[in-house]
Design a protein around this ligand. Structure first.
Ligand SMILES: Cc1ncc(COP(=O)(O)O)c(C=O)c1O
Length: 380
């Protein structure tokens, strides 16, 4: 047996109490026990989102909340602007095209974050106010780069357009303020920084977004957010939710509140710094110019295939790292440090990489990467 260490950016490791919460006796989603769960989860998520608006629970993964946002905000033929800075920016464009939007993009070199001024310029060129919404990704998990949501929000807020942010990656581990940053729609999901199994997505809408939602003409049934708003008044969802996952999420949120959001953010910042120090000491290059605190994307040495190295590490050392997506397939390794993670998760990842590199013939003194990471981890 090789003991497994899950270090992929979703699903992420789940604490024992969260896993156990799923196995509790089933309850009706129309009964008092569920109402209490729903109330707690929705109210606590509001704090994490940094919003006073209602947060709605959808049964599905992050993409389901992305599609729900599109279906509820758009009428076919409308013009939208997508900040395409990675695989998940691409996903926005794909969904929007399926729903008949006229998609304009700002194509950002992968690994970089968009310059918010570019967004402002594109909006200023739109003298007829045709751009209905700007779609962006907080942390594109394919590149590990963070978008300056705050700055873009300020710029979009000066126009009639909505600002829609995929915060599937980053929310719950990094400071995020939906209302203060003028974000009209924020969405995320249970399986990354929320330390929960996959299955529940969540999103919140500003009053400006609700106005658009009322008149949007794209077809929507299961994801019709107007129904979610009605049912939320009695702490329910319109259709049967993934009750066991909601229960797990409630337990995870309790753990998060016990730790406190500022402490969670500080923990992720330190783990990210340690990971970056460790991989850099190993001679690996960081892919993102402005790296996020939830994952580190690295390029292996040119002579080694990223997927081959990853497979070797998983098979021999049990450490599961993620591979590249889209144009980065087989070119990078993604090390997640989000959610239920501590100092020794970083040490596992760095040590496994170090051993894998040596196994593949790279000349390195064992312990180099781990020592660099430990220097930062011992700041605790
Ligand atoms: C930034 C981002 N957006 C969207 C998604 C899609 O989420 P899901 O796979 O849960 O549908 C992911 C998943 O990795 C993601 O990282």
């Amino acid at each position: 047996m090789v003991k497994k260490y899950l270090m992929t950016p979703g699903p992420t490791p789940v604490p024992a109490a969260v896993a156990a919460a799923q196995t509790a006796e089933m309850v009706s989603h129309r009964g008092r026990e569920f109402h209490e769960l729903y109330q707690y989860v929705a109210a606590t998520l509001r704090d994490v989102f940094g919003t006073k608006h209602e947060v709605y629970l959808l049964t599905g993964s992050g993409t389901c909340a992305m599609e729900a946002a599109v279906a509820n905000l758009l009428s076919p033929g409308e013009k939208v602007l997508v900040v395409r800075s990675g695989h998940f920016g691409n996903r926005w464009a794909e969904i929007l095209k399926e729903y008949g939007a006229m998609v304009k993009t700002i194509d950002v070199e992968w690994g970089r974050a968009v310059n918010p001024k570019l967004v402002a310029e594109r909006l200023a060129e739109d003298t007829e106010n045709e751009i209905r919404a700007v779609f962006a990704t907080f942390v594109d998990t394919s590149t590990g780069a963070v978008t300056d949501v705050e700055e873009i929000g300020r710029m979009v807020n000066e126009t009639n357009a909505l600002f829609v942010v995929d915060a599937v990656s980053g929310l719950g581990a990094t400071d995020y303020r939906m209302d203060e940053w003028y974000v009209d729609v924020t969405l995320s999901a249970s399986q990354k920084s929320f330390m929960s199994p996959p299955g529940i997505a969540f999103l919140a809408l500003s009053p400006k977004a609700w106005k658009v939602c009322e008149r949007a003409k794209c077809p929507r049934y299961y994801w019709d957010l107007r129904k979610y708003r009605q049912w939320a008044e009695r702490f329910e969802t319109p259709y049967t939710p993934a009750v066991a996952t909601v229960r797990a999420l409630a337990t995870a949120l309790e753990l998060m509140m016990e730790e406190g959001l500022p402490n969670i953010y500080a923990r992720h910042e330190r783990l990210a710094r340690a990971t970056r120090a460790g991989v850099t000491a190993l001679g690996l290059r960081l892919f993102a110019i402005n790296p996020a605190n939830v994952l580190t994307v690295v390029r292996p040495p040119d002579e080694i295939g990223a997927d081959d190295l990853r497979d070797h590490i998983a098979r021999n050392y049990g450490v599961y790292l993620a591979g590249g997506q889209g144009q980065l397939k087989d070119r990078v390794i993604r090390i997640a440090h989000m959610g239920f993670v501590g100092p020794f998760d970083v040490v596992h990842a760095i040590t496994a990489l170090e051993m894998g590199l040596v196994d593949k013939g790279i000349v390195l003194e064992l312990g180099t990467g781990a020592a660099a990471a430990e220097e930062i981890l011992k700041e605790l």
